[in-house]
Design a protein around this ligand. Structure first.
Ligand SMILES: Cc1ncc(COP(=O)(O)O)c(C=O)c1O
Length: 481
């Protein structure tokens, strides 16, 4: 193809685009209808690399350079989030309209770092963040931004916590003292990573034990806090998990909020997964006390049908959205410390260039209304409860704890089998190679558990029954007594 006319050809785009949309629509129909399609066609990484080479060879040899044909091959190896057997990690089957927003924003490629480079995107981002802040229960002085994933969002919020509460100005002078956050044993690993990135090492997180439902046991907060201080560690805040990753259960945000207020500590809520409960009329009580937080992180790509990555970082006090990364970058902006420049987003976010994340969320809100978030969260949490009920009454299954969100953690535990860890590992491996269900695995209290996230509103009770039967069938083939 002749550069640049043919590679940028609008006519070629029109034809290829139509074929790609047709392909996606077919994939959507196939996936939602479930069988006979598999949710995953597992292979090993070396074979996957060989296939990529083949796709590359086919595409380069094909005179038509058919993008849809290439994508059709890729679809064969992609995990299918719209399939009702998808019960794996916490990521949403995106709404088709939101996928179109991704396509459009990728075409626009507005850089978003400064206002001129994303006029619509910057204003849309503010709209999205302000409406989420209101939902959380913050007032108009709350502010924030969107960023690339919960991991980066948590680090960003915790950097603000450090600036707000740590002695001295670590941002300017570097780390001079032992600093730490209190966090439950079940917090996502990215909180630990954040503490290490901030230079606090292993001691940067002080773990609070959990209760039987794997939520923070706040009766240990005071003693854990005092013990850390006695060791010479400056505790600057507490991170609440709403919800935790492994079991999907919610820390007592009201209790943690009160504790933080009492000790003048920063209260951060990692709501990457479950802060989306604010949208559900039925389940918003899961996050009672969220408004007490100084900062909240929420992923739109986990429960809210938005293509990844789409994360909000919201601060109760707008000052922290503005001041966190105060730095000079003369080639981008004139006065880096001018607090009111909310519209030059690179002053506030880790990213410099950033995609138009907000467009995906805004498109869903504008086209389907906020009620679609309510409908999805409510349906998924309800489904998880139904699955929990099935597991609870089955003699040969054990629930880690009754689901509070759309995450269900359980294991196959027939009486005659002793090594349940090995059995459940083998069951998952076999499920993966059959490919009709995709579930994951976790370790709780040194035991192996199967873990599911009900991500798809098309997953019904009959699918849970089929999954349990499939597990029984596989389990019976393994004798690990
Ligand atoms: C509670 C929690 N926090 C943070 C993260 C990380 O989010 P992301 O994958 O968007 O970086 C996850 C991901 O599973 C999570 O469950």
């Amino acid at each position: 193809m002749k550069f640049p006319e043919e590679v940028y050809s609008s006519q070629r785009f029109r034809e290829q685009g139509a074929a790609v949309i047709e392909l996606i629509a077919n994939c959507l129909e196939d996936s939602i209808s479930g069988k006979p399609n598999k949710v995953i066609k597992m292979t090993d990484p070396v074979k996957a690399m060989n296939e990529v080479q083949q796709w590359f060879n086919h595409c380069t040899a094909d005179d038509s350079k058919d993008v849809a044909k290439l994508f059709a091959d890729i679809y064969q190896r992609a995990i299918r989030l719209h399939h009702p057997g998808y019960l794996g990690h916490q990521i949403s089957p995106p709404l088709p309209d939101a996928a179109l927003a991704s396509l459009f924003s990728d075409f626009l490629n507005n850089g978003m770092g400064v206002f001129e480079m994303g006029i619509a995107g910057t204003a849309i981002e503010r709209f999205v963040v302000k409406s989420l802040a209101k939902k959380i229960g913050f007032n108009e002085t709350a502010d924030g931004f969107l960023t690339s994933g919960g991991t980066l969002g948590n680090l960003t919020a915790l950097l603000a916590a450090r600036r707000a509460k740590a002695t001295g100005d670590i941002w300017e002078s570097g780390v001079q003292q032992k600093t730490a956050l209190l966090v439950s044993e079940q917090a996502h690993y990215c909180v630990d990573r954040s503490a290490r990135v901030m230079g606090w090492g292993t001691e940067g997180l002080v773990k609070v034990p959990v209760k039987h439902d794997f939520t923070m046991d706040i009766s240990h907060l005071e003693s854990t806090y005092q013990a850390a201080r006695a060791r010479g560690v400056e505790v600057i805040g507490v991170v609440g998990s709403a919800c935790s990753t492994a079991t999907g259960t919610f820390d007592d945000l009201e209790g943690i909020g009160d504790f933080c207020r009492h000790h003048d500590l920063w209260f951060h809520v990692d709501g990457a997964h479950g802060a989306a409960s604010v949208y559900s009329k039925q389940y918003s009580d899961r996050v009672s006390g969220l408004h007490l937080a100084d900062s909240v992180v929420m992923d739109f790509h986990k429960l809210l049908m938005t293509p990844a990555l789409a994360t909000a970082v919201v601060f109760k006090d707008e000052k922290w959205a503005a001041k966190n990364f105060s730095q000079k970058a003369e080639y981008l902006w004139d006065d880096a410390n001018h607090v009111d420049d909310w519209h030059d987003l690179a002053k506030r976010t880790f990213e410099c260039t950033k995609s138009m994340i907000a467009l995906k969320v805004f498109t869903i809100l504008a086209v389907h209304g906020e009620q679609v978030f309510d409908e999805n969260v409510t349906a998924l949490y309800h489904s998880a409860s139904e699955f929990g009920n099935l597991l609870e009454v089955a003699d040969d299954f054990e629930l880690a704890t009754f689901p509070q969100s759309n995450i269900v953690c359980f294991r196959y535990a027939p009486e005659e089998q002793r090594d349940l860890d090995l059995l459940n590992r083998k069951v998952r491996e076999e499920l993966l190679s059959i490919g009709e269900f995709y579930i994951v695995q976790t370790t709780l209290k040194n035991r192996v558990w199967l873990r599911t996230t009900i991500a798809n509103p098309f997953t019904k009770i009959s699918h849970f029954q089929d999954l349990m039967d499939e597990i029984r069938r596989i389990g019976k083939r393994f004798s690990v007594a």
